[in-house]
Design a protein around this ligand. Structure first.
Ligand SMILES: [Ca+2]
Length: 216
């Protein structure tokens, strides 16, 4: 009930609401529909599913979270396969803003199995190609996530992750996790949200005669 809140509290809530409209959301692909690179194992350690299930990351991870090392949290290709394409299904359509990659981390000095050059293709729910990124380059053997920002691509349902090269290992390529961030709402959306919220408060206002000084 608004009349139980002071004006300061109401304004704080309003500000928090405004901030929440600016918050980017991290999403994991729901499924891997195809994978021409292959997987070292179909289940458990080094299975492709390990890169979309949040394994090795904290619950409610974000684009800055650190991924634990270990094969049980990561995917590796089968021996002799170091390039190819994975198709991710996001499970719904999103406006994407960035790709977050937790690359393979090898032992001391690195093992050169991480993804080097790759390209992303964005498709809608009908598999129409929306956009293909330029060739992107990832750093190998670091535990921190790498974010690749691009101009917002709207209504993306499927993403093709094409691995063009690894960092030199003759046999394997691997990744620990992938995720995407959704776009920050357009300014017009934010303004509309704020106006709706103010309008709701105004309605309460008229009913309760509480905030006439503030919102009249
Ligand atoms: Ca993982």
């Amino acid at each position: 009930m608004f009349h139980h809140y002071g004006q300061k509290t109401t304004l704080s809530l309003l500000f928090l609401f405004f901030l929440s409209t600016l918050q980017a959301t991290v999403i994991s692909p729901l499924a891997i529909l195809s994978n021409s690179v292959g997987e070292f194992s179909p289940t458990g350690a080094f299975a492709a599913a390990r890169i979309i299930d949040g394994s090795g990351l904290p619950v409610n991870f974000d684009e800055n979270s650190i991924h634990a090392t270990g094969g049980e949290f990561a995917w590796s290709s089968p021996s002799g396969s170091t390039t190819g394409t994975m198709r991710f299904d996001l499970g719904a359509s999103f406006d994407l803003k960035s790709f977050v990659l937790w690359n393979n981390t090898g032992g001391a000095g690195g093992d050169t199995e991480g993804v080097q050059n790759f390209q992303l293709s964005f498709l809608d729910e009908n598999e129409n190609l929306l956009q293909t990124s330029s060739v992107l380059t990832a750093t190998d053997d670091i535990s921190i996530p790498q974010s690749f920002l691009f101009s917002t691509v709207n209504d993306v349902r499927l993403v093709d992750f094409e691995i063009l090269s690894n960092h030199g290992h003759p046999s394997f390529v691997g990744v620990q996790e992938v995720a995407f961030t959704t776009a920050v709402p357009e300014p017009s959306t934010i303004v509309l949200s704020l106006l709706s919220f103010l309008f709701l408060i105004r309605i309460r206002n008229n009913q309760q005669r509480e905030f006439s000084l503030f919102f009249s």
